[in-house]
Design a protein around this ligand. Structure first.
Ligand code: BEZ
Length: 211
């Protein structure tokens, strides 16, 4: 049975470029991003890991720890990291798991045999502080992920976990949000003092509450 949203993220202990890591200990009370890439010393993966390193401050702002994984060996990860730093002008200082025995890849369903017989696809999981899976996205090897979208979803997840709101299509931090249908418009006016804009009884907007 493959993992689904709301499931508990499986724990594991693995060798990484930052030493042996237990996943739950590494995450602590933070949010987490676990993402796989197909192979070291490949072009798209080089840009993805460089981009992740460059976004370090953005992930820190969101109390989020990142952890990369592929089935390549540790020494190869270490050599490739130097190339990433050189070519992407960054400093990769998050752990990269050397999942040679595919333990993590199998736990998280990152191997899709009809896409690649040996390599992990581009899976990405956002895990909440409660260790539940909040988001899963899967990209093919040929398409690098959009890390602006990853940050956007993190913002939405963190907002909607604290307030009775959802975020509309293409929402970005700072834009109006949607009031949960479970709240009556009368109650919403008290709960959202910045204002309630009713388009339809089931479609009500309010300014982002945490700004
Ligand atoms: C890449 O990162 O460029 C890549 C990796 C595996 C297959 C195809 C592309």
């Amino acid at each position: 049975m493959s993992l689904q949203l709301g499931d508990t993220a499986p724990d594991f202990t693995a060798e990484t470029t930052e030493g042996k890591i237990n996943f739950y200990d590494y995450l602590g009370d933070s949010w987490g991003i676990l993402f796989s890439h197909p192979a070291d010393y490949t072009p798209v993966c080089t840009t993805e890991l460089g981009r992740t390193a460059a976004l370090k401050k953005e992930f820190e702002k969101r109390n989020t720890k990142v952890l990369a994984v592929s089935v390549d060996p540790l020494e190869q990860h270490k050599g490739w990291t130097k190339d990433i730093n050189e070519t992407q002008n960054c400093n990769v200082d998050f752990p990269i798991i050397a999942d040679e025995d595919k333990t993590v890849a199998n736990l998280y369903g990152m191997l899709h045999p009809n896409a690649s017989a040996t390599a992990t696809v581009r899976s990405l999981f956002i895990i909440g502080p409660d260790k539940k899976i909040k988001l899963m996205i899967i990209y093919p090897a040929s398409t690098g992920r959009n890390f602006n979208e990853v940050l956007r979803v993190l913002d939405s997840l963190q907002l909607t976990s604290n307030y009775s709101v959802s975020t509309p299509a293409d929402w970005k931090e700072g834009e109006d949000v949607i009031i949960s249908p479970a709240i009556s418009t009368e109650d919403a006016k008290t709960k959202f003092p910045k204002g309630v804009r009713e388009v339809k009884p089931y479609l009500r907007y309010t300014p982002q509450p945490n700004l």
